[in-house]
Design a protein around this ligand. Structure first.
Ligand code: G3I
Length: 367
């Protein structure tokens, strides 16, 4: 078994959560050197370039806290080429400059995603069934960022159970190219990024509900097929969009799933971690603790696995979360590590303790 500790000992439920029990309680805020200095596990967050460019506090915070920054929008096809042939690379390039000047990296998100394909490309693909329409985008976006980006989400959210072939989403990509589009995307990404880590990135893999176990099964079938065919895939991004309305995650199911992914020789990364709150009427301290508890429950499951390469939050400050406000009276959703004034919250401390539990520190001078 490719893990540090006996998983059974960490699956005793939330109250037994090692990450949570080590985290300081609310009000006892710690200030340290940032999450990026703690271990060899990669920590990161998603940001929009326009926010980083105008908000100096945000800029300094991400460079202190993160090893890897994910452009939330700026590498998506509909952002880069909303009109055919008119490339808008400047925002991603500005972000890449800031990040690489600080010795950090970008994570590329996302090469093939049905939702971020511009309308003109969907129409052309369905009409002509020409794979080169897709690889033209790869050619536009991959070479300019070859120094800044060392990992890519190659195919995003291809699974949708309930219909279609092997639980694959019945997207325009399936209709135009069949299930092979996934394999082709990885082969053609590898041809343009020989050393980058190439990920498939999927959501809905964590919950206790049956749709989620069906998604885990379909994802495993796809990964097994890709690996058995020698497709150049390095790992799975497990999106961590937690939702308190959906109840606790299925710790045992997720642990079994991650073990099977590891057995295939693949890495995992927790991508897109954030928490959608559900209780507008309880005190803020309790709200923040609920968020931290949910994150701890996930980290307790994945941290012991050696094939875990990193954790990326989908945003770092509640001010810039894609999630809507919790309610008019409760204000912003508080599902990210820092509040709207960039102050640390219990979710931050849970992450800090999780990272400390991992491998030896990268930095000898941490407090
Ligand atoms: O920037 C325009 C603005 O000029 C315009 O006035 C406004 C009107 O709606 O739209 C703005 O763009 C929006 C953009 O977010 C910036 O806020 C887009 O419409 C909107 O579609 C876009 O949503 C993003 C979404 O992906 C689609 O790209 C979210 O910010 C982003 O958080 C979300 O991220 C996805 C991951 O890529 C994949 N996994 C799920 C995750 C959450 O949905």
């Amino acid at each position: 078994m490719n893990i540090h500790t006996d998983r059974r000992s960490i699956l005793g439920g939330l109250l037994a959560s090692p990450v949570l029990s080590m985290a300081p309680t609310a009000g006892k805020q710690k200030s340290r050197g940032g999450l990026s200095t703690l271990t060899d596990l990669d920590f990161g967050c998603a940001v929009q370039a326009r926010h980083v460019l105008v908000d100096q506090g945000l800029r300094e915070t991400i460079l202190k806290e993160c090893d890897t920054i994910t452009p939330e929008l700026e590498l998506k096809w509909d952002f880069v080429e909303s009109d055919k042939g008119q490339l808008n690379l400047a925002p991603a390039q500005q972000l890449a400059q800031i990040v690489t000047d600080a010795g950090k990296k970008l994570h590329g998100h996302a090469l093939v995603w049905h939702k971020s394909t511009p309308a003109w490309a969907i129409e052309a693909i369905l009409d002509q069934r020409e794979w080169s329409i897709v690889t033209n985008f790869f050619d536009a976006i991959m070479p300019p960022f070859s120094k800044a980006i060392d990992s890519w989400d190659v195919v995003n959210e291809p699974i949708e159970t309930g219909h279609g072939e092997d639980g694959l989403r019945n997207s325009f990509l399936m209709r135009a190219f069949g299930a092979d589009y996934i394999e082709r995307a990885f082969v053609d990404a590898r041809a343009r990024a020989s050393r980058a880590d190439l990920y498939l990135n999927e959501f809905g893999l964590l919950d206790a509900q049956s749709y989620s176990s069906a998604k885990r099964a379909a994802t495993l079938r796809l990964l097994e097929r890709l690996v058995s065919r020698g497709v150049p895939i390095d790992g799975l991004g497990i999106q961590g969009h937690l939702d308190l309305k959906r109840g606790p995650i299925d710790q045992q199911g997720v642990s079994n799933f991650v073990q099977k992914v590891a057995d295939l020789g693949l890495k995992i990364r927790i991508s897109e971690l954030d928490v959608r709150e559900a209780s507008p009427d309880i005190p803020q301290t309790n709200r923040d603790q609920e968020v931290a508890n949910a994150v701890a429950a996930l980290l307790d499951v994945v941290l012991p696995f050696d094939n875990l390469t990193g954790i990326t939050c989908w945003g770092i400050s509640d001010r810039y979360s894609w999630l809507p406000p919790l309610s008019i009276t409760a204000g912003l959703n508080r599902g990210l590590p820092l509040d709207s004034d960039l102050r640390q919250k219990p979710m931050y401390w849970v992450l800090e303790n999780a990272l400390r539990q991992r491998k030896p520190s990268k930095s000898s001078d941490r407090v």
